[in-house]
Structures are given as structure tokens and as C-alpha cells.
Design a protein around this ligand. Structure first.
Ligand code: ADP
Ligand code: ADP
Length: 235
């Protein structure tokens, strides 16, 4: 059974008289523990699909089951609960709060969950350590490189032990060395902590860090590729 089971979903945007069919009857099943890269030209429907998978938007038709729950039937506050309990989000532009230091940024999801002070600091520090930033806990975002800021964002995404990480162009603002570092962290989280990862990327070499590449074209799945990784591959 898939962690994500999407059946025949479409999403149409209505803008006055004009309606745009951004995704057209897509069916996909993503297994628990998979690492999927979604690729495709600009305007092909990647963001729309990611927004639906991330429970930020609902399909116009079709069904979406997440871990057996029919999420397309839930209301906005139920969807918010699913997002908080189930998912961590990583964005191209990191989206850190500039007035909070690295540790405080990572603590944020735990504040929303009502985790109290000491336990919260401990868990946030563990998350920072797991992305190699234990020494940077007191740094402000402006004192960190782009790659380091993205690692803080990943720590924030994993601090609440999500089943699923959704990443929209996670390396889009990074140089190639930092990009590889971020992908190594994703592979490690995927392999060692069994976190399912779905990322959107424009870069083929970044996409290939995943186990599957879903190529989207004109709102439809064009083809799914399986990427073989060798046993000895570094991570
Ligand atoms: P991608 O992420 O692959 O660039 P999008 O999902 O953003 O693709 O867009 C798919 C199509 O839907 C495009 O034609 C885009 O212009 C349109 N679209 C996306 N979001 C909206 C919106 N909020 N309102 C109207 N049209 C939209
Ligand atoms: P990104 O590079 O993050 O995919 P986009 O330019 O595709 O950025 O979209 C930025 C925002 O604009 C998104 O919230 C998307 O839903 C919205 N959007 C995209 N295309 C359209 C459109 N044709 N009409 C209205 N909103 C759109």
C-alpha cells in the first residue's frame, strides 16, 4: 500500500471566464520510504501537484489517500493538523525567520505542538546536530551560508518526526557543492530514518538522488523512471 495514493485527480483554476486545467487525471502511488523527484517544464503542474500532496490545496476532482486517510474529504483545520503531524516542508528560499537564531527557528514547529521549553530545546538541538549544525545553534540566519540556512530549514522540517518531507526546489538557490550536501542529507534521512521524500527540481543530477523520477508534462505524468543506486554509493 502506498503512503500516498492519488487517483484520477485534476485541478482546474478558474479565473473569471478562463479556466486552466493545471493537472489532468493524474494517478500516482508513492510507497512509504520512497524518495521521489518530480521534474518537468515550467507550467507543467508541479507546484499544483505538490500543493495537493502537501494538503495546501484540494483537487477539483479525484481522490487522495494519505496513509489510508481520505484527505480530499477533510476540512481546512483537519488538513492543517495532518500537515503539522505528518509533514515537513522545505522551500527554495529557506523561509527562516530572520529575527530568530537557528535553534529558535527549529523550535517553531514544536511550539505549535505545545512541547515545553527544555524538551523543545533538546529536540531542536538534536535536529540541528543531525544536519551537522550543532555548532551553529546561536547563529542568526544572516550569519549562515545559503547551504547552512537550508540545513536549518531541514532541521526545522524533521524536528517533529514527520513521515514525509516535501521539498520545492530545495537546491534552486544553492551552488553545486551545497546542493550535493543537501541531497546527501535527504538520502541519509530517507535511508536511515525511513522518511519519505518528495521533491521538485529542475536539475536532472539533483533529481537522480531520488529513487524515482516522475516526469510531468502538460499536467500529466509523462513517464516514471527508476533510478538505481549502487550499494557502495557514499551518503
Ligand atoms: P509548475 O510548478 O510546473 O511551474 P504550476 O502548477 O505552477 O506549474 O502551474 C500549472 C498551470 O496552472 C500553469 O498554466 C499555471 O499558469 C496555472 N496556475 C497555477 N497556479 C494558478 C493559480 N493560482 N491561478 C490560475 N492559474 C494557475
Ligand atoms: P514557482 O517558481 O514557485 O513555481 P510560480 O511563478 O509558478 O512560482 O507561482 C508563484 C505563485 O503564483 C504560486 O502561488 C502560484 O499558485 C501562482 N500562480 C502561478 N501561475 C499563476 C497564474 N497563471 N495565475 C495566477 N496565479 C498563478
Amino acid at each position: 500500500m502506498g503512503l500516498i495514493e492519488i487517483e484520477d485527480i485534476s485541478r482546474t483554476y478558474k479565473d473569471g471566464q478562463v479556466s486552466v486545467k493545471a493537472i489532468k487525471q493524474i494517478s500516482i502511488e508513492i510507497a512509504d520510504g520512497d524518495f521521489v523527484s518530480i521534474m518537468g517544464p515550467s507550467g507543467s503542474g508541479k507546484s499544483t501537484l505538490m500543493n495537493i500532496i502537501g494538503c495546501l490545496d484540494k483537487p477539483s476532482s479525484g481522490s487522495y489517500k494519505l496513509a489510508g486517510q481520505q484527505v480530499h474529504k477533510l476540512n481546512d483545520s483537519q488538513l492543517a493538523t495532518i500537515r503539522n503531524e505528518f509533514m515537513g516542508f522545505v522551500f527554495q528560499q529557506f523561509h527562516l525567520i530572520s529575527k530568530l537564531n537557528a535553534l529558535e527557528n527549529v523550535e517553531l514547529p514544536l511550539i505549535y505542538q505545545g512541547v515545553i521549553g527544555k524538551e523543545r530545546k533538546k529536540r531542536a538541538l538534536e535536529a540541528l546536530e543531525s544536519v551537522g549544525l550543532g555548532e551553529r545553534a546561536k547563529h542568526m540566519p544572516s550569519q549562515l551560508s545559503g547551504g547552512e540556512q537550508q540545513r536549518v530549514a531541514i532541521a526545522r522540517a524533521i524536528v517533529s518526526n514527520p513521515k514525509l518531507i516535501l521539498a520545492d526546489e530545495p537546491t534552486g538557490a544553492l551552488d553545486s557543492k551545497s546542493s550535493k550536501n543537501i541531497m546527501s542529507i535527504f538520502q541519509k534521512l530517507n535511508r536511515e530514518r525511513k522518511i519519505t521524500i518528495v521533491q521538485v527540481t529542475h536539475e536532472r543530477d539533483i533529481g537522480e538522488y531520488g529513487n524515482h523520477i516522475y516526469n510531468i508534462k502538460d499536467g500529466e505524468i509523462d513517464c516514471i523512471e527508476e533510478i538505481k543506486h549502487t550499494e557502495t554509493e557514499n551518503n
